[in-house]
Design a protein around this ligand. Sequence first.
Ligand code: AMP
Ligand code: ZN
Length: 114
Amino acid sequence: MNKCIFCKIIERQQPAKIVYEDEEIVAIEDIRPQAPVHLLVMPRKHLPSLNEADGADAPLLGRLFAVAAHLARERQLESRGYRTVINNGPWAGQTVNHLHVHVLGGRVFHWPPG
Ligand code: AMP
Ligand code: ZN
């Protein structure tokens, strides 16, 4: 089976601006940023979406958000606020089927989202 684009980035087979990595998680800059800060935080493990995560993945899911918060703090986003988003499936607009948390900041975001 063909590797997904994020697995290729994680394995350094595809270029990307990597801003964080550890043994479980990699974070990159989004190639089409929707805000002054737009990062994608992903597990090295290929989980297509939250639908495929189970109880055993709970610590990993927690760590994804801990890394998202760390990167947001590093960019001084915490006082004004920032948004974390996971799109799951076609109606949510998911386009890359490898679970990732968007970290968006540096501008005002409206609610409800479109
Ligand atoms: P989603 O639509 O929630 O699945 O998010 C996928 C995100 O990945 C989009 O914001 C894309 O701009 C971004 N993206 C797609 N390909 C790449 C790539 N090669 N490098 C960095 N970001 C990418
Ligand atoms: Zn993948």
